[in-house]
Design a binder for this molecule. Structure first.
Ligand SMILES: C[S@@+](CC[C@H](N)C(=O)[O-])C[C@H]1O[C@@H](n2cnc3c(N)ncnc32)[C@H](O)[C@@H]1O
Length: 268
């Protein structure tokens, strides 16, 4: 009998589509993943079957669960392929909703002679029904922080007037800017296309709770697994390339050893 619980906190070597077929339907709260971008990189010559991947994601995700699909288009003869948009439309055809369409901007990115630089990537935040979890990140400084604000509130008994002090920070918008490069990590990992750790962190923190299962069916160097572990979520990853899988297992081993070390406060 299938039991997704048995697969928690593990990284497997193998195809993510086949791996997901071992999971119960509706057993995953969140997926944070990046597919291969066209033929931009050869991850060992494996074919990528987008529709089979998307169909399995729809099956395993819980009602109210979220798929964060991090993509960038391949450039061919000086033009973007449009593949990521086609993928997004297919997800919508399957029944996913698109509550948030994030643009991610990085401070360091490749330069090209024939076009403007492209510091932008996309994350389609897709939900199966209404999102069950949303814990927005509040890190945009409020211009009027500390001032008093009075507003009217409709109550059963009538209209009440309330005064609150404006918070120092407000909720982010759908454009997230990071002052790091497109593959930034805190450790050295030999994978050509890592998701920046801060991005995986912010996606997991926003759309899952502690104890939830976070899956990456194309786990690469295990950035999603690492951030899920550090945020006290359960993780699961499948990676088709043996070399990357071994690197990811070593990275998770190091991460858990470091997390287990006692932390001492420095004395002055
Ligand atoms: C863009 S990278 C993902 C990087 C990952 N997010 C990270 O931060 O390490 C895409 C990965 O998908 C893997 N891959 C491609 N097709 C796959 C499949 N069917 N099943 C599992 N992994 C696959 C590739 O080998 C590659 O490591």
């Amino acid at each position: 009998m299938k039991s997704s619980y048995n697969f928690c906190n593990k990284l497997f070597h193998g195809c993510g589509i086949a791996g997901m077929r071992l999971l119960d339907s509706g057993s995953v709260q969140q997926v944070v993943t990046s597919p291969p971008y066209g033929t931009m990189r050869d991850y060992g010559g494996h074919s990528f079957y987008f529709k089979s991947m998307a169909n399995e994601l729809w099956r395993v995700i819980k009602p109210g669960g979220i798929v964060c699909w991090h993509v960038q288009d391949q450039m061919t003869d000086g033009a973007e392929s449009g593949e990521s948009l086609r993928q997004c439309l297919y997800f919508l055809e399957l029944g996913f909703r698109l509550p948030t369409n994030l643009t991610i901007e990085f401070s360091k990115y490749g330069k090209h002679s024939f076009r403007y630089g492209q510091p932008i990537q996309h994350v389609f935040v897709l939900s199966k029904g209404k999102p069950r979890v949303f814990s927005p990140i509040m890190d945009i400084p409020n211009d009027s922080a500390g001032r008093l604000h009075t507003y009217k509130e409709q109550l059963k008994k009538g209209i009440a007037s309330r005064t609150v002090r404006i918070n120092p920070f407000r909720k982010r918008g759908v454009h997230w800017s990071y002052s790091v490069g497109t593959h930034n990590t805190s450790d050295r990992v030999q994978h050509p296309a890592l998701m920046p750790e801060i991005l995986a962190h912010d996606l997991i923190r926003s759309w899952s709770k502690e104890g939830d299962l976070v899956l990456d069916p194309m786990s690469g160097g295990a950035t999603t697994a690492k951030m899920a572990f550090l945020l006290n979520r359960r993780y699961l990853g499948f990676e088709i390339n043996r070399e990357y899988h071994d690197i990811a297992v070593a990275r998770m081993q190091k991460t858990s050893e470091e997390a287990a070390k006692p932390k001492f406060n420095k004395r002055r």
